[in-house]
Design a protein. Structure first.
Length: 442
């Protein structure tokens, strides 16, 4: 059996792991257009901060590929897939044959129309690859005024800003929405986060956007003009407004795409023997109850694993996933799960605030918890995400969930949540979508 994996990252390598679990002898070929072995993509900003290096950013063992008997083709770009003859075509014209193919090509940065933006400039770019981080590191060394503009205050924009700040740049984030992490956070948590950024040398401009990058005589940025008319000095401009599924090379292949690759529960695409997973696919969103693109590491890994098992002949189904962000901004931990900004008036919201930095919010649909924001105090995040994913009824426990101080664990389907301060446990069983029971444990 010849397995070909396009993409050398979370989805692709989780697929390899699962194939090797069930098929010890099939031929595996991994193709990636990046020249590196697999690295932890979320850590490219840590690379700028010096918290990870060229030696430590890899997320698999040194001998991973040998151990899994996987042939690697790094620095090679797939330009098309011929599904009739089962060939992957590379941009140098060469061909790789497959019996089963996995597509884990992730996302490509989205760049809105922006006058003056030229990714070939050494002082401008996007921020999704290790090479982008290396480019920004070099740019910061020659930046005359030490001024960086980051367009987009989502996860990628925030991480790029922290990285640039650590390189000695003064950073301004320009965000179209009224707050940073605008889709995941609400007004209060957005304000707390912005304050933490501001305190650490990162300015935030919201409800505004960059409409033009003004260039110097060498084609590099000098300043940016905002929609509001303001002009800000800029040596470096980073566009970090998010990613779109990387599907352009599939045009004409017959593989169905609707924003991302469409897959069934086994992660198979519309073409037999071709599977996909990770940021490149559209899958079932258990909270919004519709197909959605949820570009996060844990889902990329889960989808890759499910695909790999099915490719090796062991039936597995993907149950669907939900949005979950976990990030720390200058010591401020932030976790958002599921639906955090409800606009349906039948959904209820409960919040708890303590001091200047602790904020917890729960969103319920009837008795069912469907979303949470945990900021400053992320106690119980694991159990809350499990409860949200399972759709368990738990409205009567909102107060203990809100105030934190909970310690929880899940074994198989059964879970227990301990409230350390008040001395009781909540027990439940996910199999039966429980009415939880509360008992004293001291
Ligand atoms: C700065 C940043 C911070 C992030 N922080 C977090 C975080 O804190 N938590 C979290 O859960 N997620 C985070 N993410 C998102 C996370 O990195 C992605 O969800 C995850 O990497 C998706 O994995 P993937 O395997 O689907 O695709 P990717 O990691 O994007 O990998 C795609 C692979 O495909 C290869 N490829 C693409 N096109 C081709 C082609 N035509 N030919 C050959 N090879 C190709 C690429 O080289 C790469 O190896 C962050 C992302 C970024 C950019």
């Amino acid at each position: 059996m010849k397995y070909v994996i396009i993409g050398n990252s979370y989805a692709g390598l989780s697929c390899v792991d699962a194939i090797r679990r069930f098929d010890k002898t099939g031929e595996i070929t991994i193709i990636s257009d990046e020249p590196y072995k697999a690295y932890a993509r979320p850590l490219i900003s840590y690379y700028l901060e010096g918290k990870t290096t060229d030696e430590t950013i890899w997320y698999k063992d040194d001998n991973y590929y040998e151990k899994n008997d996987a042939r690697t083709m790094f620095g090679k770009t797939v330009s098309s897939v011929d599904t009739a003859s089962k060939n992957v075509v590379l941009d140098d014209g060469s061909i790789v044959k497959y019996d089963k193919l996995f597509i884990g090509t992730g996302g490509v940065p989205f760049v809105p129309p922006l006058e003056g933006f030229n990714p070939a400039s050494p002082m401008m770019g996007t921020f999704t690859k290790l090479n982008d981080a290396k480019k920004m590191e070099a740019a910061s060394k020659v930046a005359k005024n030490k001024e960086a503009i980051v367009i987009g205050g989502g996860l990628i924009g925030l991480k790029a800003s922290e990285g640039l700040r650590a390189l000695g740049m003064h950073v301004t984030i320009v965000e179209l929405l009224p707050r940073v992490l605008g889709l995941a956070l609400d007004e209060i948590s957005g304000q707390i986060t912005a304050k933490r950024l501001n305190k650490n040398g990162i300015d935030t401009v919201t409800n505004d956007t960059v409409i033009k990058i003004n260039l110097d005589g060498t084609g590099n940025p000098e300043s940016v003009t905002l929609k509001s008319g303001r002009e800000l000095i800029a040596d470096i401009v980073v566009v970090g407004v998010g990613v779109r599924p990387n599907v352009a090379f599939l045009e004409g292949s017959g593989i169905k795409v609707d924003r991302g690759i469409i897959v069934d529960k086994t992660m198979m695409t519309s073409v037999e023997d071709i599977y996909a997973g990770g940021d490149v696919v559209v899958t079932y969103d258990v909270i919004n109850k519709r197909p959605n693109i949820i570009a996060i590491v844990p889902l990329a890994c889960e989808q890759g694993r499910i695909a790999g098992a099915n490719m090796a002949g062991v039936y597995r189904e993907y149950p669907g996933g939900m949005g979950l962000n976990s990030v720390e901004i200058y010591g401020l931990p932030i976790i958002t799960i599921g639906l955090t900004n409800p606009n349906d008036p039948s959904q209820s919201v409960f919040t708890y605030q303590e001091g200047e930095t602790i904020y917890r919010k729960l969103v319920y649909s009837g008795e069912i918890l469907v979303g949470a924001i945990l900021l400053g105090n992320i106690d119980g995040a694991g159990i809350l995400s499990a409860i949200i994913r399972q759709g368990a009824k738990c409205l009567s426990y909102k107060d203990e969930f809100l105030k934190g101080n909970i310690f929880s664990f899940v074994i198989d389907n059964e879970f227990e949540i301990y409230n350390i301060n008040e001395g009781y446990a909540i027990r439940g069983d996910f199999k039966d979508l429980p009415e939880f029971s509360r008992t004293n444990w001291r």
